[in-house]
Design a protein around this ligand. Sequence first.
Ligand SMILES: Nc1ncnc2c1ncn2[C@@H]1O[C@H](COP(=O)(O)OP(=O)(O)OP(=O)(O)O)[C@@H](O)[C@H]1O
Ligand SMILES: O=C(O)c1ccc[n+]([C@@H]2O[C@H](COP(=O)([O-])O)[C@@H](O)[C@H]2O)c1
Length: 237
Amino acid sequence: MPGSEGRRLRLGVMGGTFDPIHHGHLVAASEVQGWFDLDEVVFVPTGQPWQKTERRVSPAEHRYLMTVVATAANPRFTVSRVDIDRDGPTFTKDTLRDLHAQRPEADLYFITGADALTDIFSWRDADELFELAHFVGCTRPGSDMDPDTLSRIPHDRVTMVEVPALAISSTECRQRQSAGQPIWYLVPDGVVQYITKHGLYGPGTGERVSGPTGPTSPPPAPTDALPRTADPFDPTS
Ligand SMILES: Nc1ncnc2c1ncn2[C@@H]1O[C@H](COP(=O)(O)OP(=O)(O)OP(=O)(O)O)[C@@H](O)[C@H]1O
Ligand SMILES: O=C(O)c1ccc[n+]([C@@H]2O[C@H](COP(=O)([O-])O)[C@@H](O)[C@H]2O)c1
């Protein structure tokens, strides 16, 4: 099926662990959608993010559902299960091959933060990736990509895009939730409610509060928090 104006369909691919998804991810995807006139941006939560072994990653179904909640209002945003339904470690070459098999009519634009792009030559079969998709690296104003990495990427297969500064990370969201600090407005409202309902990132889940923002004693839990219910994805609850 052609995209607008009879040209080939343009499909953005926003891969991430999304533990949890936050407004930095959503702004980056939205900006790139506009820059490249993408017909759709498909968010792809990782199954087993093999380079994030230093910490516990939330179950894939939770990360998938938070991504569905966060993207539901945007008619151009969709969510794919290709990575979470594939066994084994998640490699982007598999993500792109699976999406190409599902949507052979589309050109793929893989959206990534500059931090992730800097590490791309540590990814599985990195040199093949640029044949499978055009890469879009999102930088914050004033930050530059590592010139060594940039020089190794074929220039016609990567574009750097400056997105509005949003110093939000999933790590910060987890740490704040663990410490009882608010995460409202860092993540969509529905994601705050999902996290509260399922008791994700609570005290005792191993998240550390770093730096001067961490309180010595956490503030009391907000009184409007949703009651915690049995977690269908946690066999121990
Ligand atoms: N604030 C942000 N602005 C733009 N891109 C971002 C931002 N945060 C993350 N990204 C990019 O989104 C993709 C998915 O990131 P990921 O799900 O690992 O989130 P994260 O915030 O980097 O997580 P963590 O803090 O747990 O490492 C990566 O390409 C990452 O570079
Ligand atoms: O292909 C790989 O080997 C590879 C290694 C690390 C990360 N990635 C991809 O990069 C995207 C962002 O990953 P992360 O771990 O920063 O959330 C996500 O789509 C991952 O599958 C891919």
